[in-house]
Structure formats: C-alpha cells, structure tokens
Design a protein around this ligand. Sequence first.
Ligand code: SF4
Length: 398
Amino acid sequence: MGLNDIPSSERLHIGFFGRRNAGKSSIVNAVTNQGLSLVSDVAGTTTDPVYKAMELLPLGPVVIIDTAGFDDEGELGQMRVQSTRKALNRTDIAVLVTDAQVGIGQWERELVELFEKKQIPFLIAVNKTDIVSGKVQGENCAYVSAKTGDGIEELKEKLGALADKPGRAARIIGDKLERNDLVVLVVPIDESAPKGRLILPQQQTIRDILDADACAVVVKDTELGDTLKTLGKKPRLVITDSQAFASANRQTPPGIMLTSFSILMARYKGFLDTAVEGAAAIDRLKSGDRVLISEGCTHHRQCGDIGTVKIPGWLKKHTGMEIDISTTSGREFPDDLSQYSLVIHCGGCMLTPREMSLRMKCASDQDVPFTNYGVAIAHMTGILKRSVEIFPHLYNKL
Ligand code: SF4
C-alpha cells in the first residue's frame, strides 16, 4: 500500500483554528510547505474547512484541516463558524493560532473551552513573533513566524510529541491470534461489492492477521462449508461480512469461533462494548418508537441498501412493531438525539476513531442506546453470543 493509499480514517487529523487574520492559513502553509490554503491579507479568506492528506514529518501520514476564522460575522460568517465547529469532531490534535500582537481574547478562550470539552489535545501557535515577542506564555505554546519560518520546526516537534500520546494503537484482531493460526474470511461477491477489489475493513483485517504471523484464507459465502471441510487444519476463527452472518453460522461447525468484520471494526473504533449493550434495546422497541440509522459516508455502494432497506425490514420482523426510522449519512449526525429510542450506526470505516467515539458519547450523554449494523444483525439472527466468543469479557455477560 503506497502512502497515498492510506485511508483518511487511519490518518492523524490536525486542525488549525483561530480568528480571522491571526495568520492561520500562512502557518498551515509554512508547516506543510505547500500552498494548501488561500492566503491573503484580507481577513476571512478561508471559507469551509480545507482537508488535505499528506506526509508530515515527524508525524507521518496526516490530514491537515484549515478552518475559517472563528470570529467570522454575518449570516455567511455564522455558517462558516458552524462548519468550523463540525471540523472539531474530526480533529485529533488542534493548533490554536494567535497573533502575538493581539494575545488571547474571547475567541481564543472559547476555542480552548471547546478543545477541552471534546478532549482534544492542543497547542497554541503564537504567530508574528517577527513583529513582536509573544504576550502569551505557557508550556503548550510554540512561538512562530509564518513569514520568516522561525519556530515552525519546533511547532512540528511539539505536534509530534502530542501525537505520541497513547490511544491509537488498537488492533483489529491480531492481538487475539497466535503465530500460524488459521483465519477464514467470508466475503460475499454480489452487486454491492466494488469491482475488482476488497473493501477497506477486509483489507485492514487481512493485513492485521498477517502482522500477527497468522494465515488468512478468503472465500465467498457460497464456498465456506466446502472450504472448511477441505482445510487440513481447524481454523481458529471465521470472520464474515455481516450480511452473510446467518449462512456463515450454519456452515461453521461448533467449536470454530465466528465473528464479523463489523464487530471487529466496532472494537477497533472503541465502541464494541457499548454496541453489544445497545443491541439489547432492540427487544424493548415499541410501535411508534423512533430509531436513527446513521451511515458515516454518502457513497453507499459498498454498504448497499443495508441501512435503508434491510435493517428496517429486519427490525420490523424481529420486533413485530411499527418502528419510525430516520436516516443520516456522511458528516451529518444530530446533536439532539432525545427523540430516538436507539441509534444503529454503520461500521464507520470512513470515520476516524475520534468521530465514532464522539457520536457514541453524544448518544450515551443522552441515555440513548447505540449499536452498529453488525452487532444489531447478530442480535436479530440470534448469534450475538457466538460472535463475541473471541472476547470473553463480553461473551460471559450475554
Ligand atoms: S462509512 Fe459506513 S456507510 Fe460508509 S462504507 Fe463505511 S461502513 Fe459503509
């Protein structure tokens, strides 16, 4: 996989925030050595956040987010500020750019409050130190001049130190495998499968199995039973696409553990325990209850009609109730979930772990159960317990 193939959801997202004309875009350009942003001396040149994937040493693959001025005015300005606030949900590390001549004011304090509320580690880049030495002092400050380039390397080093903090080292399945373990992956090839390639969670899982010095065998759902019979060794685990769960369950003999990509991705993104707990809410649904089905991207082809047709159909069949379904996709996710009895989210393969955990936290803060496609499907097909056997702390609870 070349550097440019590293998916956005696996890159560290660094957001640059500040008021208009603090020199935010010039700092972004100095840090990245590229004309990433539109820079002019006219306050408020950046409109919607600009996202750019790149290699940034010493950090590695990152996405740089350049945002509009946080003090923007007027109707259009307010819309920009809203997009800036949304960009916070995608930010792993924030850089607050201030003007050394102006110091910290209301806007900067508001941004710092937001970083703290969303638990985003941040640095303050005190810019224009070529004109005046910084009024702002503190351990998390970096003194820079976008104009002369002074302090930019130190800023990058400080960003590197923030990025080294723990939290992004989760494995997909490799930590549960031993050397030479055999794992069978079930990948249905139907009209929703992309032409000529595997989708991201499948690629990531294969890579993680190889990293554990284990062996991956990939089959279509129609070939699983025969393949299991012909293998000379008992597989440690079968991992299936959620849509083939019921068929994979029938074809996999007892004694071989079974789970799904979706369940593994929920764990990788840090919300499997919540999702397993949330799935129990399906059995408590009553007619007229509202359920939010949310997808993390708008190009649904690889998830097909699972959120819009299949899950609503299975919910109705499983509960026997008339459930009121709403759907969202892409970056849209409502702040107010109080009207919902349950949120069922997709695997979130295009979302960063931080975005997924913010969505989950948003639901738990409002006491709304939160689960995902794979866990909900496993629950409704009666195989949730079997599908978490590889995670004993969950298995023993069900
Ligand atoms: S982000 Fe969600 S809807 Fe989009 S491809 Fe990934 S799992 Fe499917």
